[in-house]
Design a binder for this molecule. Structure first.
Ligand SMILES: [Mn+2]
Length: 325
């Protein structure tokens, strides 16, 4: 299908159905949550019934988003007319176990994604790696649908775009990204209020955990890495969401082209790795070697422990990848 046909096709698929379930990936970020809630507002604007379900908790900085109180953490018992997956490459990416979808096996599925590692696993797939955020795809859908773009919808979609472009700093940030931000602010997104909520409302535990991570900082240009253990998490009184974004400090170091941040997962047998890179270093392909995925400059995967072996495996691949460019 020609990519330009995706929006009209999707709008007709939506028009033919009444009841939707919207979900996104595990450990949801600003784009996952903002685009899911933005799509909920869009679909409701079209007179549809919508449920939004995430397997994992919503980080506290996103709880003030309009409609966040509607998010549930279980899939509906009665099959909706369509299941909409945002930035997932398979059912399990949602964090719901595959068995949770058993009773929905016959349900029509829609997959909207902007990842390079996106896969056409659904009945209908709209994957556009050129988009800076799924929130931007939902915005294009809203414009084409001629639904009223409310301040609530604009707030959710602006949050998606703000966070998924690294506050308008990633390579995906182009002239049209600022045009999109302008449109969303014109439609009622309050840029300052959203920034206050997303960047200046963190719990202190996040910074205690950051301190622990930075004590484990190693820099051997062009690589930087750091980690936190379950003991660090406990000593900082931290939650998993407090570890989000620590990797961004590592890639901020001059001369560092690729960075890895490892977090020991509950149970102590695995490490969750967040990868970042600058310029042409491709960390999506590194993550894919370990059954993960993401974007060229931002990706993630899971590594089996213990820590020295996990570090060795990921650093070997990152070193190889930085030599390729
Ligand atoms: Mn995204």
């Amino acid at each position: 299908m020609n990519p330009s046909d995706s929006i009209p096709t999707l709008l007709s698929l939506i028009a033919d159905r009444d009841h939707f379930l919207v979900t996104s990936h595990a450990r949801p970020d600003g784009d996952a949550i903002g685009s899911a809630l933005g799509l909920m507002h869009l679909l409701e604007g079209l007179g549809k019934q919508v449920e939004v379900a995430f397997a994992d908790p919503i980080p506290v900085i996103y709880l003030a988003l309009p409609g966040a109180n509607r998010i549930t953490h279980t899939l509906p018992t009665n099959p909706p007319d369509a299941l909409i997956f945002l930035e997932c490459d398979r059912f399990e990416r949602t964090g719901f176990p595959i068995e949770a979808f058993d009773h929905l096996a016959a349900t029509f599925t829609i997959n909207i994604d902007h990842h390079l590692s996106g896969r056409r696993f659904a009945s209908f797939n709209w994957i556009d790696p050129h988009c800076c955020a799924v929130g931007s795809m939902v915005y294009d859908l809203a414009v084409a649908s001629s639904v009223n773009i409310t301040p609530a919808m604009a707030t959710c979609l602006y949050t998606a775009v703000l966070t998924d472009t690294g506050s308008f700093t990633y390579p995906s940030t182009v002239a049209s990204t600022f045009a999109l931000a302008e449109h969303l602010v014109q439609r009622g997104a309050d840029a300052n209020r959203i920034a206050q909520q997303v960047y200046f409302s963190n719990p202190a535990s996040k910074f205690h955990l950051l301190g622990a991570a930075l004590r484990n900082l190693h820099v051997e240009a062009p690589l930087a890495w750091a980690w936190i253990t379950l003991d660090d998490m406990a000593a900082s009184n931290a939650t998993v969401e407090d570890s989000e974004g620590i990797v961004n400090y590592l890639i901020g170091i001059v001369g560092v082209e690729a960075a890895a941040f490892l977090r020991e997962a509950p149970g102590g047998t695995h490490f969750r790795a967040s990868l970042r890179s600058k310029n042409t270093v491709d960390v999506a392909s590194v993550a894919e070697l370990f059954n993960g995925g993401g974007h060229r400059n931002a990706s993630g995967c899971t590594l089996t422990g213990p820590l020295p072996e996990a570090l060795d495996r990921i650093l070997t691949q990152l070193r190889h990848q930085t030599l390729l460019t």
